[in-house]
Ligand binder design. Structure first.
Ligand code: ATP
Length: 201
């Protein structure tokens, strides 16, 4: 069973494309959602975060105190890096455990917005990059999240550009609203299924 990472800049359409892979019965690990879950369920990680950011990082109900945390880490890159360095090992373990639990599939997919930025691609057998024109991505995120163009641009500026990511990816999916998605996805799915069989044989 291969481990495949799927990534792409904000608004490129990763999640939309993963829904199509789900129809093909491919299990998907949504890394960002899972990280949020681990931060409120993994006792060791919770303790590490409290030791680092203080007890106010959590509400009385045990939920993340998002405004408090955002105020600290989004104003100080070194603190954001430190928080990520606490979350990443827990996510790595959780992701590996999840992958090994999957049965009778040629590959699993891990959807992660910062797969290349976090060097998570080193753990994957193959990677898929979703690309779309910048102006379209901006329009999509404004429509989806009801935020300003400046806020979208600020998020984009924190990610690697498509030009930097393209040489690192094994497969590219173009989601420009014109190129049909299903044939692109089926082509990659078939290639991965063949590769998986070869590895088994
Ligand atoms: P993020 O990194 O912010 O999670 P993402 O890469 O997962 O973004 P999606 O959430 O899949 O992107 O897509 C962004 C928005 O654009 C969504 O509202 C989605 O419905 C829309 N969208 C994506 N691809 C298409 C498409 N081919 N046609 C129409 N709408 C699309």
């Amino acid at each position: 069973m291969l481990q495949v990472g799927i990534t792409g800049g904000i608004g490129s359409g990763k999640t939309t494309i993963c829904k199509i892979f789900e129809i093909l019965n491919i299990p998907i690990y949504y890394a960002d959602d899972q990280a949020k879950k681990l931060m409120v369920t993994n006792e060791l990680l919770i303790q590490d975060i409290k030791d680092f950011l203080g007890p106010d990082a959590y509400t009385k109900e045990g939920q993340l105190n998002r405004p408090y945390i955002a105020n600290i880490v989004f104003n100080d890159q070194s603190k954001l890096d430190r928080l990520n360095s606490l979350v990443h090992p827990a996510m790595y373990k959780d992701g590996q455990r999840w992958h090994l639990q999957q049965k009778e599939v040629p590959y699993t997919l891990k959807e992660a917005a910062i797969l290349f930025e976090s060097k998570g691609n080193a753990l994957m057998d193959k990677t898929i990059l979703v690309v779309a024109p910048l102006d379209l991505r901006i329009q999509r995120v404004i429509a989806r999240d009801k935020i300003s163009k400046e806020a979208v641009l600020s998020r984009i500026s924190k990610q690697m550009s498509d030009e930097e990511k393209i040489p690192l990816a094994d497969y590219i999916i173009l989601n420009n609203g014109k190129a049909p998605l299903v044939p692109q996805i089926l082509k990659i799915h078939d290639k991965l299924a063949i590769l998986s069989k070869k590895r088994l044989g």
